[in-house]
Design a protein around this ligand. Structure first.
Ligand code: FES
Ligand code: FES
Length: 154
């Protein structure tokens, strides 16, 4: 076991864990931030996405030992009042069905928008095609992605 100090959604947390413990476990089981989901556990679905220093990464594949000193944002930290453009777009387009994959979808797009406010179709496809939705909400996700880009550029 080792001690780590983690910055999550602007708050500092002290945790003790084995160095290879996935960040996903820490978030869900110890910090009670259950918006981040466990889907596949093997880097294929994107349900576990979080932002680390603004970039979307898969928390099931991210050991806690590399998280100290970095800024972690989960779906709960996008905004508390729903004012983030991605949150607004998802609400406007009523995207979710069961909802399970949606935090990961939203974080993936937020990571892309953190890199560029005007992503190309290819950039969008390259990021969003890595996010699985078992309910098949892809059409609404596509609409929400376009709306979020509009809102981000207003
Ligand atoms: S749970 Fe991490 S990629 Fe699926
Ligand atoms: S909304 Fe159910 S898995 Fe995507």
């Amino acid at each position: 076991m080792a001690a780590y100090q983690l910055s999550v959604n602007g708050k500092m947390y002290n945790v003790e864990a084995e160095p290879d413990t996935p960040l996903l476990w820490i978030l869900r089981e110890w910090l009670d931030l259950t918006g981040t989901k466990f889907g596949c556990g093997v880097n294929t679905c994107g349900a576990c996405n979080v932002l680390i220093d603004g970039r979307a990464l898969r928390s099931c594949q991210t050991p806690v030992r590399i998280c100290e000193g970095r800024s972690i944002t989960t779906i709960e930290g996008l905004s508390t009042d729903g004012s983030h453009p991605v949150q607004k777009a998802w609400e406007e387009m009523s995207v979710p069905q069961c909802g399970y994959c949606q935090p990961g979808q939203m974080i993936a797009l937020t990571g892309l928008l953190n890199q560029t406010k005007k992503p190309s179709k290819e950039q969008i496809a390259s990021v969003m095609s890595q996010q699985l939705c078992r309910c098949g909400t892809y059409h609404r996700i596509e609409q929400a992605v376009n709306r979020a880009i509009e809102l981000s550029n207003q």
